[in-house]
Design a protein around this ligand. Structure first.
Ligand code: SAH
Length: 254
């Protein structure tokens, strides 16, 4: 017996696609691999006729049901686990897995968590800022020329996800993955931590993102659950309350 990915919990997110044909071809790849959740963020030159031509009749429903968002943060807010895909490596793109390795890791995660596989625009790929939303990165190995056509990259990922299997003996050993905090909960927590750390002068208000990046990496590694995020936010609120109380008490004495 073996365990497979819960495909209902996996969405493909296309960030700023420039060519409507690629959205259609991606919808077709999803349909081929038994998936149906397509999210499109800030598409350029959007033209449903051109989308549907490449989706073909079989995947027209996937294309037509695609959720359109204006920015990546909103598009990812309800997801618990975010995977970024990148042709480029190095810099902030250090720890990367192969598509098959990643797909197997997603098996236990997919039972309780909504997963987004994010693809970047055809010309530039995902920016460093986009990558900060991701729990992990994946690279499709190639010969020297590393940049695949967007819809073909979607196909490779969907194929690996569709065929991934974890045998029972392995899944017993694999740690059960409970529901993780969703992006909305995490983003709210990061905003709150940044504000409080600026207020207590722990981080430089001129460049809070520099320090916040290290903190994001740290928390991403921990894979926080919703309950843990609530606990951290509660501590921030209490620090805020205490700071204000000390200030008010001090005023009273003066
Ligand atoms: N010129 C861009 C490539 C953009 S291709 C760059 O250098 O980053 C459009 C998208 O397809 C990428 O953002 C990524 O999501 C996906 N893609 C293309 N080639 C890939 C590869 N080898 N591995 C993983 N994803 C890839």
């Amino acid at each position: 017996m073996s365990d497979k990915i819960n495909l209902d919990n996996v969405s493909v997110v296309l960030h700023r696609p420039r060519y409507p044909e690629n959205i259609g071809a991606a919808a077709r790849a999803l349909r081929n691999m038994g998936m149906q959740r397509l999210v499109v963020v800030a598409p350029e030159n959007f033209d449903i006729e051109r989308v549907l031509k490449m989706a073909t009749h079989s995947a027209s429903d996937v294309a037509e049901a695609a959720h359109i968002h204006v920015n990546l943060r909103d598009a990812l807010s309800s997801f618990n686990y975010v995977v970024g895909t990148t042709a480029r490596l190095g810099g902030e793109r250090q720890v990367v897995s192969s598509p098959s390795e990643l797909a197997r890791r997603l098996v236990p995660i997919s039972h309780e968590n909504r997963i987004a596989i994010v693809f970047g625009p055809e010309d530039r790929g995902l920016s460093n800022e986009d990558i900060r939303y991701c729990h992990t990165l994946v690279n499709i190995p190639t010969a020297e020329f590393s940049s695949l056509n967007l819809a073909q990259a979607v196909m490779v990922m969907c194929y690996e996800i569709f065929t991934a299997e974890v045998r029972d003996q392995e899944s017993e050993r694999a740690e059960f993955m409970p529901r993780l905090a969703c992006r909305h909960e995490l983003d709210g927590m990061y905003d709150q931590i940044r504000d409080i750390l600026v207020r207590i002068s722990y981080i430089n208000p001129e460049n809070p993102d520099y320090w916040m990046n290290s903190l994001r990496h740290f928390f991403t590694r921990l894979q926080l659950r919703a309950k843990e995020v609530r606990m951290i936010r509660g501590m921030c609120r209490q620090i805020n309350w205490y700071g204000k109380k000390c200030y008010d008490d001090g005023k009273g004495e003066g």
